[in-house]
Design a protein around this ligand. Structure first.
Ligand code: HEC
Ligand code: HEC
Length: 199
């Protein structure tokens, strides 16, 4: 009797410990959200990055990229063009090189281009964005494994953690969680079935 009671207490402590541990790194939110399952907390982290301006500025709904911390329309008459690389004779890589140019304040990474219309996220809810990213008809024919690889290895994605400085020489804001935490959250969310909660 005594033995099973102490087992029960030990088990409760473990469960409490695990739920607190899983939810204790929720950023500004200091109240532990014990109702979240592991994949939902990873889903939240994944979507907090995806909806950050470092990603959203290149996944706009119109034909113009966005810039800066206030996501204003790209200056200098830049447009998507037929393939997302800009207008003929005025392509993205006229200005954007394979690396940041911190003297001129021009961000750069290999294959700098605008995400296609089918991958536009602006104005959509995080559930709509998540469904779209997982839909091969809209995500460039990618399987779940391809998406995992893209989210954790693509140079345009990883650029968000080394965004350089803007035209005023001020550092661009980083995504809300660090790169390693992002990679772990993506892997965890996908390993647990890439579940997408209701709105
Ligand atoms: C410089 C512009 C640029 C930035 C910045 C950028 N992307 Fe993209 N993204 C693209 C382009 C272009 C494609 C299409 C590439 C392709 O299909 O091969 C794309 C495709 C994707 C896809 C493929 C599936 C889909 O439905 O969108 C995902 C996922 C994605 N990006 C995630 C991100 C995340 C997460 C960030 C920020 C951490 C980010 N991107 C930042 C340009 C960008
Ligand atoms: C005439 C030069 C020029 C061309 C062409 C150009 N850009 Fe830019 N772009 C810039 C400069 C300069 C900045 C930096 C503005 C700042 O932050 O002060 C910038 C910033 C950006 C940003 C903002 C990054 C962020 O998160 O703040 C994105 C996204 C972007 N460009 C995408 C594109 C895409 C996609 C194309 C092609 C369709 C393109 N640009 C063509 C000069 C150019």
């Amino acid at each position: 009797m005594k033995r099973s009671a102490s087992k029960y207490i030990l088990l409760s402590c473990l469960i409490l410990g695990v739920s607190l541990g899983l939810t204790s790194f929720e950023g500004e939110d200091t109240i532990p959200k014990v109702e979240l399952s592991l994949d939902q907390s990873s889903f939240d982290k994944v979507m907090r990055v995806i909806t950050h301006k470092r990603c959203m500025n290149c996944h706009p709904s119109g034909n113009t990229p966005r810039q800066g911390e206030d996501s204003h329309l790209h200056h200098l008459g830049v447009q998507r063009g037929v393939d997302g690389n800009g207008l003929a004779g005025y392509t993205c890589n006229t200005c954007h090189q394979a690396e940041n140019n911190n003297f001129a304040g021009v961000p750069g990474a290999p294959h700098w281009a605008l995400a296609p219309n089918s991958m536009a996220w602006e104005g959509k809810s995080r559930v709509e964005i998540a469904k779209q990213i997982m839909d091969p008809a809209r995500n460039g024919g990618r399987s779940t494994d391809d998406i995992l690889k893209h989210l954790t290895e693509d140079e345009l994605v990883l650029w968000a953690w080394e965004p350089g400085v803007n035209g005023e020489g001020e550092a661009r804001e980083l995504p809300p969680i660090g790169k390693e935490e992002w990679i772990a959250a993506v892997k965890d969310w996908i390993a647990n079935g890439a579940l997408i909660p209701e709105e």
